[in-house]
Design a protein around this ligand. Sequence first.
Ligand code: ATP
Length: 210
Amino acid sequence: MTSKAQRFSVGLTGGIGSGKTTVANLLGELGAALVDTDAIAHLLTAPGGLAIPDIAAQFGAEFIDAQGAMDRVRMRSHVFGNHLARHQLEAILHPLIRSETINAAERADGDYLIFVVPLLVESGNWVGRTSRILVVDCDEEVQVARVMARNGLQRHEVEAIMAAQASRAARLAVADDVIENNASAAELRPQVQALHATYLALARQAAIQL
Ligand code: ATP
C-alpha cells in the first residue's frame, strides 16, 4: 500500500468493538507508526475535505451541509440499496483514500507501520499488501456488550452492524497474528508487548534485507 513497500508493515483489523483502536494505540505507545484509514476516509468528507468538490459535482450541492462537509445522513440514505450511487461515491472516495493513505505512510515515523483498516477483509484490497495481518479478536457476546455500552445502542442494532461485517471466521482466516481481547485491558498489554517485540525483530530483519 505504500511506496516504502519494503518497510515492515502490519494491517490491523477486527470486528466492531473488538479493540482495534485500543491495540493500535498500545502499539503506537511502544513505537509503531499508526496510519488510521478510517480517520483518513472521514477527513476526506469533513469540511474542506479533498472529496467534497467531486461529491458536490457528482451528487449536487444538497449533499454538502452548511459546514462544508458531506451530509452523511443524506448520503447514507441515498446510496442505501442504490448500487449505481454507491459505486459513484466509492469511485470518488477509494482512489483518494488510497493516495492519502500512501501520503500518511510516507510521513509516518516509527519502528514499523501499522495500517488500521476496520474493513480490511471486506475491501479485498489489503490482503498481500502488508507484511503481516493482525486480527484483534473477541467473542461476539463481548463485542455486543462493548458496543452497546460505548455507543448506547440496542442489542439488535449492534448485531445488525456485525452481520454486515465479515464473519469472525473470515477475519481469522487471513490473520498472521491474533490478539485475543476477551479479558481486561490489563491482560491485553503483555500480549501487545510480546507482539511488538516480534514485529520489531521482523522490521529489523526487513531493513537489513533492503
Ligand atoms: P470500532 O470498530 O467500533 O471503532 P474498535 O475495534 O476500535 O471499535 P475499541 O474502540 O478499541 O474497539 O474498543 C471498543 C470499546 O471497548 C471501547 O470503549 C474500549 O475502551 C473498550 N475495550 C476495548 N478493549 C477492552 C478490554 N480488554 N477490556 C475492557 N474494555 C475494552
